[in-house]
Design a protein. Sequence first.
Length: 485
Amino acid sequence: MVTEVRRRLSEWPDMTVRTHTIMDGTLRENALIKMNMTATKKGDRLIFDFSGSSPEFTNRAINTQLPGMKGMVGQAFMNHIWPDLPRGQAGLSPIEFKSTLGSIVDCTYSAPNSQSLMSIFHSFTVAQHATAKMLYSTPEKYTRVLAPWHNMINTFIWGGVNQHGETLGNLCADLNGMGGGARMDRDGEHALSPIFATMADIGEQEMNEEEVPFLQLVSKKMTMNTQAPGKYRGGMGYTQIASTKDSDAWGFMTSCLGSKAPTIQGLFGGYAAGSGPLCRVEGVDVYDIMLKDPSKMRHSIHEIMNEQPFENAIYTTQHLGLGFDISKRGALYMISQGSGGGYGDVLERDPNLVIMDIEESLISSDWAKKLYKVVFDDETLAVDEVATKKMRDEYREQRKKQGIPYAEFVKKHVRDIPPDDIPFYGAWNGNNEQVYCGANDDLRDAANPGANYMINPKDVRIGELEKELADLRKKAGITAKIDRK
C-alpha cells in the first residue's frame, strides 16, 4: 500500500499550495487563531508544513498533539482523497509532516488538550483544501474533487438529573450532521456525516426524549440562508432549538467555533457559509405559551430573534463556547449545524438549481437575487433567462472595473502588522519565524514562544468596569471610599 500511495503521489503535478484557516476563539474568549499550512509536492513526496500556526495556549484546552493532528489528516485521505484504499496507517506513512513544537498543532505534553477537536479539525480542513487543488490537476482521480467539509461539532452537550431521577450526561448526535462540501460536478449533501466518519447516525430525537428531560422543538430543519454559495453550493446544516421541560437540575453547553469567522474555505471561487452565533431566549416558558397561544411560536432562529414574539423575554447572542449552564423550563437554546464549502463561481450556477433551493426553503428569494444574480417572477418563480444573462454579464464587467494590479492590491490591503483591536495568534505576512501572541507588541520566536497565558474573561471584564468607574468618578470629582488592593 505504501508503494501505491507513492505511485499516486508521483502522478500529481509538482506544486506548492499555501492555505490557512482561522479559529475565532478559545471557547472562553474571542480571538483570531491561525492554522497555517504549506503543502509541497515534489516527485513522490508530499510535505505538509504547519509552520506559522498559532503558539500553544498554556491555560486553554484547544491544543493538539502531533500524533492526533497526523491522524486527523489521515482521515482526509481515507474519506476524501483516496477512499478506495484500505483503511490503515500505511496510507499516511509516506506523507511527511513539519511542525513547530509548542505550536497549537504540535503542543507540548504539559499543554491542556481536552478540547483539541477545535484545532485538530482545522488541520483536516487545511489538508483537504490544499490537496483538492493538487487532485484537480491530476488526470486520473479516485474520487470527485470537493470543497472542504464543515468541521465543527455544532451540537448541544447536556447533563443533570433527568425525568426519571437518573443522573447522566452526554451530547446530541447532531454533531454527526455536518454539511458536505460541494463537488466538482454537483451540490454538496445536506447534514451528511462528520469529517471523521463516512457513515454516521444523527439519532432519532423521539428516542432521545424518552431518556432526557428536554425537547428539540425544532430539529432536522435546514437553516435558511446558511448556504455556502458557488457554482455548486455546499451541503447545509440544520436548526437545533432545545428547551428543558421536566427537570429543575438540567443544563446545556456548546463546544465549537465559528460564531465570528467561518471555520472553512470554499474552493475555486466558491464561498464558505457565513458564521452563526448561539442564540438564547430567557425569561419565558415556551411550553406555557404554546398551550395558551401557539400562534406566537416560531420555527426558525431568524424569526425568533428578529421578530421577538415572546413578550418580556430576554433575547441574547454569544459565541459558541457556552460553559455548562443550568437551564430554566421553557428557555430556548438555539444553534445551527454548519454547511460545507461552495465550489466555483456563483455566476455560473444553474438558475434552475437556484429556484430549486428557493422551493425547498434553503434560501430566500432576496438572498438568491443578491448572491446568484438570477431574475425570476416572485410568484411563479419562472426564470427570465435573457434578463439573468444580462444581469450576470453586467456584474462580470463590474468585477473587471473593480480589479486593480496585484502590486496596488497589496499596497492597499496588506498590512505590516495585525489589527490593533483584535487579538491575533500566529505568523503574519508569511514570516513563519515569528508569531504574534495576542498583541502587536508581543512578537515571539516561533521555535521558542514560551508561556501563552490567557486572563480569566471575568477578570478582564472586572478590569474594564473598574476603569470605567474610575473615569466616571474622576469626571464627577468623587473620591473612591475603598481602594481595593
